[in-house]
Design a protein around this ligand. Structure first.
Ligand code: ASP
Length: 585
């Protein structure tokens, strides 16, 4: 090896040892006859000292010529530092350098490679390999590595078998667009990249594998956001001969294992909530439970008092912002403007301040007397010093708006503590979801999800009311995973496709293989998949999954480092029997 030690391991106990280190030059400080070089590698930083008199002149000159990020090797003796640096673990020693070899010179990097850098996003993405040299960036990927190892440990201990499934497949319906790959040997035909290994993992259950998992890349051609990438990673799992309860317990176990072993956090109880309650009380199928502010419906106390906006509303709903009674007029006006922005879309915001003297001050004092407002306060459990915020309108959009307002208040009042983790199972999702655009029902999870047996008759009469055996794991308002108990017989699967608007031929063409498999002894089965990148981001306390991916794509789905996607040669297109209709300028 080109080194005897790493740059992170030498301590006072190593004084007088002869060592050889190799790494990158972090910094050179030249005080004339005295030069310090901070040498960095993945493990830490060690200081080298070159001193006039004790080292020969050419060595000193060589040290003076070192630039940032040069790759060097140096040997010398470990000595105790006179002025110690207690901020780094190697801060009590330095190396009195006796040799210096430049293994590779380096151009001046386009941004400073330190925890605090001057490089903008786009520049750091272009030089991602340099960005990855920064501790703060590398540490995120080390966290990801730990989570991966611990996941495998837990799954293996629970008898899950890791099986790889193909990447060149045909369309899987997870609700997004597919990425497709042209087939050269089958002109005019295309593979699709998997949006998930859904059908394969179900087939593995038919094969009797009993417990499957895979840490797997999935591909979805969707519009990008901070927490979305066109290719992302799932912890994908499936189990046979289980009930929903078994799955929830097994994967609560995984989540707990990761929290204990990676984050050293003892996770509290994983709450459970039906989808219907999540919508009613939080207006959201992934409520952030780090703070309360549950919705309280005020229709019965707020209607019929002459305030026509409330009287005409399907829903009048309030939250109580604890301690926000001190909000100034200006702050409340700003909140009102905020909810009226097109992204939120509320028409207005009604407030009630609960004064310290037990009186109330509201924006609708004209219509409601103190007793009326007291009734609101009682319902919302508002105390002196609190602020009640009320929205009204049609139930669906009002809940959505209130959900946004609740999250904003949580943020503004500092209630979203990154060190608090509130996991929650959201259960009993609707099986189907009406899509206004296509004027038909879509599978809310995917078409292989089983309806609740008792709701099957509703499929004919009220499809929107059918509940599914489907569940999501939510942590702090982020959906970390989702899954379902599957359909495992042909007639039910066929019925499902029918309700999703497939003709029999279409269903057969796309999923005939699965329905046929169900006829060869398919065990009852179910599973779940976790969004691994998001899971890492939650552990790392970040909103962006990009930081947890070594080579991510930017907001337009580009890898600016390797410049992809890119055009391909006409020759290649010809081979693939593809003609480009409109070339990019
Ligand atoms: N395949 C599903 C998804 O990617 C997860 C599952 O049902 O297991 O969302």
């Amino acid at each position: 090896m080109l080194r005897s030690h790493t740059c992170g391991e030498l301590r006072l106990t190593d004084v007088n040892t002869e060592v050889t280190l190799a790494g990158w030059v972090q910094r050179v400080r030249n005080k004339g006859g005295l030069i310090w070089v901070d040498l960095r590698d993945r493990y830490g930083v060690t200081q080298l000292i070159f001193e006039e008199g004790s080292t020969d002149k050419s060595l000193l000159e060589k040290a003076a010529s070192l630039g940032r990020e040069f790759v060097i090797q140096s040997s010398g003796k470990v000595i105790e530092r006179t002025s110690k640096n207690d901020k780094i673990p190697t801060g009590a020693i330095e190396i009195k350098a006796e040799t210096l070899e430049v293994l590779n010179a380096a151009k001046v990097p386009p941004f400073i490679i330190e925890d605090e850098t001057d490089g903008g996003d786009e520049l750091r993405m272009k030089y991602r390999y340099l960005d990855l040299r920064r501790n703060v960036v590398r540490e995120k990927l080390q966290l990801r590595h730990r989570m991966m190892q611990e996941t495998r440990k837990y799954m293996d201990a629970q008898d899950f078998i890791e099986v790889e499934t193909p990447v060149l497949i045909k369309s899987t319906p997870e609700g997004a667009r597919d990425f497709v790959v042209p087939s050269r040997v089958n002109p005019g035909e295309f593979y699709a990249l998997p949006q998930s290994p859904q059908t394969f993992k179900q087939l593995l259950m038919v094969s009797g594998f009993d417990r499957y998992f895979q840490i797997v890349k999935c591909f979805r051609d969707e519009d990008l956001r901070a927490d979305r990438q066109p290719e992302f990673t799932q912890i994908d799992c499936e189990m046979s001969f289980v009930t929903q309860e078994d799955i929830l317990n097994t994967f609560e176990g995984l989540v707990r294992h990761l929290f204990t072993n990676v984050k050293e956090v003892q996770l509290g109880e994983v709450e459970r909530m039906t989808f219907a309650d999540a919508m009613k009380y939080y207006g959201n199928d992934k409520p952030d439970l780090r703070f309360d502010m549950k919705f309280v419906e005020l229709n019965d106390v707020a209607q019929g008092k002459g305030f026509s906006i409330f009287d005409q509303a399907e829903l009048v709903v309030a939250i109580c912002a604890t301690g926000a009674g001190e909000y100034t007029r200006k702050q409340i006006d700003a909140l009102t403007e905020w909810v009226k922005r097109p992204q939120i879309g509320a028409k207005g915001l009604v407030y009630v301040k609960c004064n310290e003297d037990g009186t109330y001050k509201s924006s609708v004092d004209k219509f409601y007397n103190q007793d009326d407002l007291k009734a609101w306060a009682q319902k919302t459990e508002a105390k002196a010093g609190d602020l009640i915020l009320v929205l009204s309108g049609d139930a669906k959009s009002t809940r959505k708006q209130m959900s946004e307002l609740r999250l904003k208040m949580g943020e503004d009042l500092g209630l979203k503590d990154r060190n608090v983790f509130k996991p929650l199972w959201v259960m009993d999702f609707p099986l189907l979801e009406w899509d206004d655009e296509t004027q038909r029902f879509h599978a809310m999870h995917h078409p292989f999800t089983s309806p609740k047996t008792e709701d099957i008759p509703l499929l004919e009469t009220d499809p929107g009311a059918v509940r599914a055996n489907a569940y999501d794991l939510v942590i702090n308002g982020v959906e970390i995973g989702g899954g379902s108990i599957r359909i495992h017989d042909r007639p039910t699967q066929q019925l499902m496709f029918k309700h999703l608007g497939f003709t029999e031929e279409e269903a057969q063409k796309q999923f005939g293989f699965l329905m046929e498999a169900f006829e060869y002894g398919a065990p009852p089965h179910g599973g779940i998949a976790f969004g691994f990148d998001r899971f890492c981001a939650i552990f790392g306390g970040s909103d962006s999954i990009r930081d947890y991916i070594a080579f991510p794509k930017n907001n337009s789905g580009r890898d600016v480092m390797i410049d992809s996607p890119s055009t391909i040669a006409d020759e290649q297109l010809k081979e693939l029997s593809i003609q480009i209709a409109a070339k990019k300028e």
